[in-house]
Structures are given as C-alpha cells and as structure tokens.
Design a binder for this molecule. Structure first.
Ligand code: TRP
Length: 336
C-alpha cells in the first residue's frame, strides 16, 4: 500500500483579543481547535486588526492581545503543529484586504447584519473599518486558501460573503482562490447566558453573573453557577421550555463527557441546588489546567514571543505566495 501522501486540508480560524474568553467561546470554539490539529493543517490567528474597529486603549489592547495568544496555547493549540500568530504581524492580510475590497459591493456590505447591529450599538463611531470588517475576514481566509473555517452561527453570513468574493474573483481572473466551507464541529455546543438562557453567553453582558470567564477562580465559578437562572420545576431533565437547566446540562455534559441520560439519572433524586454546585465544580476543575498553563506562559514572555514570531513567519511564507499570485492576476507590475 502506498503511504497516504494526500495533502491535508487547511483550516483557518480567528478570534478577537477583546478580553478573557468566556466559557461560551471555549466550549463553542477554542476547545475544538486543539483536536483538529492532527487531521488538518491548522492556522489560528489572534485577529487584532479586526478588534481595532472599536476604540481601544493602546496599552490595554497590547496586553489583551498577548493574553489572547497565551490563552489559545493554554487551551491546547500547539504552536509547532499548528501555525499560531497575531494577525497584524503578517502584512498579507492588509494587502489582500484592499484587492478584495475592490471586488466587493457597497450593497453587499450594507446587508451584513453584524454591521447593522454594531452601528446601532455604537452610533458615535460607525467607522469605515466596521463597514469593511467582512472584507478583512475574507482576506484572512483566502490568503491561506483555507478549505475549512470553524465558525459560530453569527459568522455564517461573513463566510458566505467570503465565498462570494472568492467565486467572483476566480470568474474574473481565473482560478485563484479555494472556496472555503464552514466547519461545524460535531461536538460543538452553544452556551447560553446564565442569567437569560435564551441569549448567547457574551462577555458584553452587563450582568457579571451571566458569563463565566475561563480564567475565573473556582469560588467565582461556583458562585455564578449557584446564581444561574432556572425554572420553577425541580427536576434535572433535558426538555423543551427548560432553557436554564438545558444550558447547565449542556455545559456539564461538555466538561464531563456524560450524556444527558446519564446526567438525568445521576441527579434523579437531587435538586437544582446540588446540580448547580456539581456543574460549578466540574467546570472549575476542567478549567484549572488552562489557568495554570496561562499563568506559566504569561510568566515567560520570551517563549511567547518566540512562538508568535515563528507563527507569523510561517504564516507569511504561505500567504505571500497567494498575494504574489493575486498581484500578478490583477495586473500589478512585477518588481521581483
Ligand atoms: N469575525 C470573527 C468573530 O468575531 C473573527 C474572525 C476574524 C474570523 N477573521 C476570521 C473567524 C476568519 C474565522 C475566520 O468571531
């Protein structure tokens, strides 16, 4: 039998450095990135350029970007197996962004629901970056010819736009870009707010009890779960209309590996109080190694720098090939 020399598929995903990740980011996204590293060529980026669409304090922003980088490593991204880098360190993203912007229509960007929501939320700063955000995201993906993009439901429209831009470019200039597909991990789950389980868990929630941060200490995590909103029933059972309990059961299942039936039978004679405590403890124990590894990494800035510098160089080597090809296709004068 010949050895399997088939080229691995390329995965690209990005996360914004806008503060400590939530349990929602972790369960829905980052936790799933680690296991993909053996099967795919993975490229993971801290997308600091995207985060600049909102006004940020430079000192805090720099710190948050470093922390976000350390966090993805702490969550299981291997900087040798995968390419892990900071977006602004690779100029290809900005270069391709411009070319793709010229292949994107004003009308298309105007229809993006995230742009509409965000401009309503920050009416005093509807900057052009916010408007062209999806073009930069398309550049992130297309500059590596990524086959698959792990994303949550809120990013589907952006990925669809990236695909449209790629198809249009290919039609006009000949085959250049791979058309990326969304990657929905089979074990991903959407985590809801602990205070309003009909809404997604979000770090921008005003109620501090609504959201677990992956660096919260054990006491904080348990306290937040104890205050989680549930229903007036008393049975730990996964069912329609029991959004709060369903959410807690989903979280518990993700961190313990138990399925819903097992959880129901384990807690059949117990009340919500016991269950909430068990969820809090299981989540805290599950996140403990992440917290420890994060602290170690933040204490070794030289190692972090080595990792993100190497990541950026490897990323550039790949992306620059595509940018060079694109420059030639659109008719820029070759200077090398
Ligand atoms: N827009 C994404 C988010 O907010 C982050 C992101 C930027 C991204 N570029 C990307 C995700 C490329 C996947 C691929 O979640």
């Amino acid at each position: 039998m010949p050895e399997n020399t088939e080229k691995k598929k390329v995965i690209f995903s990005g996360i914004q450095p806008t503060g400590v990740f939530t349990l929602g980011n972790y369960i829905g996204a980052i936790r799933n990135w680690g296991p993909l590293q053996d099967e795919y060529d993975c490229i993971y980026s801290i997308v600091d350029m995207h985060a600049l669409t909102v006004k940020r304090d430079p000192v805090k922003f720099r710190q948050q970007t470093l922390e976000a980088y350390a966090l993805i490593l702490a969550c299981g991204i291997d900087p040798v197996k995968s390419i892990a880098f900071i977006q602004s360190h690779n100029p290809s993203h900005a270069q391709l962004n411009w070319i793709l912007a010229c292949a994107t229509q004003f009308g298309e960007l105007s229809r993006m629901t995230q742009f509409k929501d965000k401009s309503k939320k920050h009416p005093d700063d509807v900057n052009a970056g916010l408007f062209t955000y999806p073009v930069l995201m398309a550049a992130d993906i297309l500059t590596y010819n990524a086959d698959l993009v792990p994303i949550g439901a809120d990013q589907k429209q952006h990925l669809e736009l990236a695909r449209n831009i790629a198809v249009r470019f290919n039609q006009r200039f000949g085959d250049t870009f791979v058309i990326p597909e969304p990657y929905i991990p089979s074990f991903g789950a959407s985590v809801k707010s602990l205070q309003d389980p009909t809404k997604k868990m979000s770090k921008s929630d005003e109620n501090p009890n609504a959201c677990i941060y992956i660096l919260d200490d054990k006491d904080t995590i348990i306290r937040k779960f104890k205050r989680a909103v549930t229903d007036s029933d008393a049975e730990v059972r996964y069912a329609d209309g029991k959004d709060g309990i369903n959410n807690l059961m989903t979280i518990y299942s993700c961190v313990t590996g138990k399925d819903m039936h097992e959880i129901e039978s384990d807690f059949s004679c117990k009340g919500y109080g016991d269950f909430k405590l068990a969820v809090g403890e299981a989540v805290a124990d599950h996140l403990e190694p992440v917290r420890t590894r994060f602290a170690e990494l933040m204490n070794d800035k030289a190692y972090l720098k080595e990792c993100y510098t190497d990541g950026a160089q490897r990323a550039f080597k790949l992306s620059n090939k595509i940018v060079t090809k694109v420059y030639r296709k659109v008719g820029f004068v070759d200077y090398r």
